[in-house]
Design a protein around this ligand. Structure first.
Ligand SMILES: [Cu+2]
Length: 337
């Protein structure tokens, strides 16, 4: 292949990233749709003006006659007009248009009144390096806490409030909305709507410490009936372990330091808040803030050596388990549906 072609193809390679699961051009809701059209608009304007500028530059270079010493004075033959229109008026106009367009596209879409339709209010709290998720709409007995996986009903607006418990994080699910900062001591608000069902990945987008890259998030947009079923299941306490392995596992869980940091609703005295709520752990798709699949093998390595999977995270290595203790513990955790 000729070298130039290879270089050209290599330069186009980053474009391949434009269609991954976390692409802002792969939108699933009105807010993200607006941002994506804004980005395309600005990109187009940029390419056109860069093209014109480069063309004029090359034109000037090749058109130049005679030696540099005999260069005409800068304002000969209408030179000052180029400066005035090309250097001031044109960029000013372009920036003004971009400014107006950005205002239109980034102001929140009107907070329409959706009548009596129940729409969820969710408080998301950033921790190093996971997400606490509290469903805070409605009376206290209709509220619950979960982690790392946010379920929302399709077609209904969802109010999200974000806070941080330690450092600055940022909440971004590119398919659904723009970035929003999570700042200690401050609550920020965003309203999102998912227009079609799906799993949408998100990410903390402000560097927040060693495990920043493993601070990932999943939004599951579901049809309203399955959302209601999910919600009903989450409101329940954990199901008590059935079978002797799971019961043994519960003993291991209580004996080890787990209850100091984790909550399992319905299990006596298990209400730590240092780590994610585990009441319905088994209903989630991933562990470690959406970094590892929630399967038997990963769960076993996580609970005994979290520091190998996610070095520096706030969950200590608890590798003092015997083989059968570890298996029982995992069985117990996998029954927390
Ligand atoms: Cu973070």
């Amino acid at each position: 292949m000729p070298r130039r072609l290879i270089i050209l193809l290599a330069a186009l390679l980053p474009l391949a990233a434009c269609h991954g699961p976390q692409s802002m051009f792969n939108t699933a809701g009105p807010a993200a749709q607006k941002l994506s059209s804004l980005a395309i608009f600005i990109l187009t304007i940029f390419c056109v003006s860069a093209g014109i500028t480069i063309f004029l530059l090359l034109w000037g270079v090749f058109r130049q006659r005679g030696s540099l010493e005999e260069h005409a004075p800068w304002n000969a033959g209408g030179g000052q007009n180029w400066v005035l229109y090309g250097g001031l008026v044109a960029p000013g106009l372009i920036l003004f248009v971009v400014f107006i367009f950005s205002l239109v596209k980034t102001t929140d879409f009107p907070l329409r009144d959706h009548g009596k339709a129940m729409h969820p209010t969710i408080l998301v709290i950033g921790h190093q390096w996971w997400w606490e998720v509290r469903y805070i709409g409605g009376p206290p007995d209709r509220q619950f806490t979960t982690a790392n996986e946010i379920h929302i009903p399709v077609g209904l607006p969802v109010d999200i409030q974000v806070q941080s418990s330690d450092v600055i994080h940022a909440f971004w699910v590119p398919a659904l909305h723009g970035k929003i900062q999570m700042i200690p001591g401050l609550t920020n608000y965003i309203r999102i709507v998912a227009s079609r069902p799906g799993n949408y990945q998100g990410e903390c987008t402000v560097y927040c410490g060693v495990q920043h890259a493993h601070m990932r998030l999943l939004v599951v947009a579901q049809p309203q009936t399955s959302y209601r079923d999910w919600r009903r299941a989450q409101l329940k306490d954990a199901s008590l372990p059935a079978g002797s392995a799971a019961q043994q596992g519960e003993q291991v869980f209580m004996r080890a330091a787990c209850p100091l940091c984790h909550t399992v609703r319905g299990l006596g005295d298990v209400n730590g808040t240092v780590g994610p709520d585990l009441t319905h752990l088994a209903s989630r798709q991933y562990i470690g803030a959406n970094s590892f699949p929630n399967d038997k093998a990963d769960l076993e390595s996580w609970v005994s050596q979290a520091q190998t999977l996610k070095p520096g995270c706030e969950m200590p290595d608890l590798n003092a388990f015997s083989g059968s203790e570890l298996r029982d513990l995992t069985t117990f955790l996998r029954e927390l549906k």
